[in-house]
Every structure is written in structure tokens, then in C-alpha cells.
Design a protein around this ligand. Structure first.
Ligand code: ADE
Length: 249
């Protein structure tokens, strides 16, 4: 049976959700991943968990070694990756605590390694298709699990990933809304891109924690708001992961 990779984002940095957990320190040609790989089981399935920002949340989004992370999960033998992320809502109807099963991204990052390919082999250029970057079957499993558990969710959503670590200006937030983005975060690109390049089916469940800063009747987002909302809903995410993994083919 295939190994299932989980990348834990903000608010899920060091969850105690695996049975028989053991840590494995790894490194690869791209460097050292954000944290040791935590191997264990969930719902009777073999799982490996990686904290995207480190277990103590010491790695800002720009400085996450996304290539080392995805390569480490590939080398471990992961047949799929489910990633979690906090996100800001750019739509009135996406309320705090709602989950979004992302289906598209807009990459607004500028300072990251966005590909494994730094050179091509002679006459063998690699340009990876990215039309539908989130795996349809994994997304279906996440949506079905949300429905079985009665979790408030959105079946689709376009995330815009910004460089960070700062939040957006109001002008940027309004621009992203005009572009068609539904939610905003700082990490899905290039993680999703690299998983596609590595040939690993990847899906992400995003939790809306704030309304960024486009709403004029609310205070702009702060980190404290994000963490408070994520932590008070974290069990929803972990039960979704368990339910999804229990039903993976
Ligand atoms: N993560 C959670 N909320 C966010 C926001 N408003 N902007 C960027 N990343 C976020």
C-alpha cells in the first residue's frame, strides 16, 4: 500500500495525530527539509507527516525549502500528498472556519525556486503541464469526507499565493479579487508545482482564517487572528484527514 504524505501548514506544525510515530532525519540534493519526517499510521494507513514551517514554526514562507520537502517525500515513497494551509478569504461567502478544497492557484511569488529543473538534458526540455494542478481523485476524497462529516466547505477555490511574509495592501487584496482568486495564502506555490513535477498527486485543504484586508467593515488580518481561528478549528482538519485517509483507494 502506498505511503501517504501530509504537509502540515500553519496551525498544524506539530500535531500528535499519528500512531506509532517515529522521526526520521533526512536530507537530499536540495538540502534538508523543514523538519524530520514523522512516520506513523493514521486510520491504519502508513503516513508520513512534514511540518512545512518547521515544528516550531521558525521558517518563513519565502525560506521554506520546498524542493527539499517534496524530494524528501518522494524519496520516502509517498504516492500522494495532502497539504493543509491557512488562508485568507477574498469572498464574502467563504467564512472563517470554512474549508476550501483548492482546485486552482495563481502564483504571485517572486523569490522562490519554482522548479526542480535548473538544466535540461540535451534535447529533453521539461515543461510540466499545470492546467489542473490539484489531483482530482484526492480532491473528490476530501470533498466526500467533508460531506460525510458535515464540515462547512467549498468544493473549489482559486488560491493566490503571495511572497509574504507581509500581508497584502488593500490595493493588492482588491486586485486579487478582480483576478478571480477566492482565497490567499503564502505557501501553495511552489509546493504544488514541485509535487506535479515530481509526479506525486497533490491536493490541499485550506482553512479560511480571516478576510485579508479588502473588507472595509473589518480590521485587517493579523497573525494572531489566523492562529486563533485555525487552532479553534484544528480538530475539524485532523478529523477530515483521518476520514479521507481511511477511504483512500
Ligand atoms: N494565510 C492566512 N491568511 C492569510 C492572508 N490574509 N494573506 C496571506 N496568507 C494568509
Amino acid at each position: 500500500m502506498t505511503l501517504i504524505g501530509i504537509i502540515g501548514g500553519s496551525g498544524l506544525d506539530n500535531p500528535d495525530i499519528l500512531h506509532d510515530a517515529r522521526d526520521v532525519e533526512v536530507s537530499n540534493s536540495y538540502g534538508v527539509p523543514s523538519a524530520p519526517l514523522r512516520h506513523g499510521t493514521m486510520a491504519g494507513r502508513d503516513v508520513v507527516l512534514l511540518a512545512r514551517h518547521g515544528r516550531e514554526h521558525t521558517i518563513p514562507p519565502t525560506h521554506v525549502n520546498y524542493r527539499a520537502n517534496i524530494k524528501a517525500l518522494k524519496d520516502a515513497g509517498c504516492g500522494c500528498i495532502i497539504a493543509t494551509t491557512a488562508c485568507g478569504s477574498l469572498r464574502q461567502e467563504i467564512d472563517r472556519g470554512h474549508l476550501i478544497i483548492l482546485d486552482q492557484f495563481i502564483d504571485f511569488t517572486r523569490l522562490r525556486h519554482v522548479s526542480f529543473y535548473e538544466t535540461f538534458a540535451p534535447h529533453d526540455p521539461r515543461h510540466t503541464g499545470m492546467a489542473d494542478p490539484f489531483d482530482a481523485a484526492l480532491r473528490r476524497h476530501l470533498i466526500d469526507a467533508c460531506e460525510r462529516l458535515g464540515i462547512a466547505h467549498h468544493k473549489t477555490g482559486t488560491v493566490v499565493t503571495i511572497e509574504g511574509s507581509r500581508f497584502s495592501t488593500r490595493a493588492e487584496s482588491n486586485m486579487f479579487r478582480m483576478w478571480g482568486a477566492d482565497v490567499i495564502n503564502m505557501s501553495i506555490a511552489p509546493e504544488c508545482i514541485l509535487a506535479n513535477e515530481a509526479g506525486i498527486p497533490y491536493a490541499s485543504v485550506a482553512m479560511s482564517t480571516d478576510y485579508d484586508c479588502w473588507k472595509t467593515d473589518e480590521a485587517p488580518v493579523s497573525w494572531d487572528d489566523i492562529i486563533e481561528v485555525f487552532r479553534s478549528n484544528v480538530e475539524m482538519v485532523t478529523s477530515l484527514l483521518t476520514e479521507t485517509i481511511a477511504n483512500l483507494d
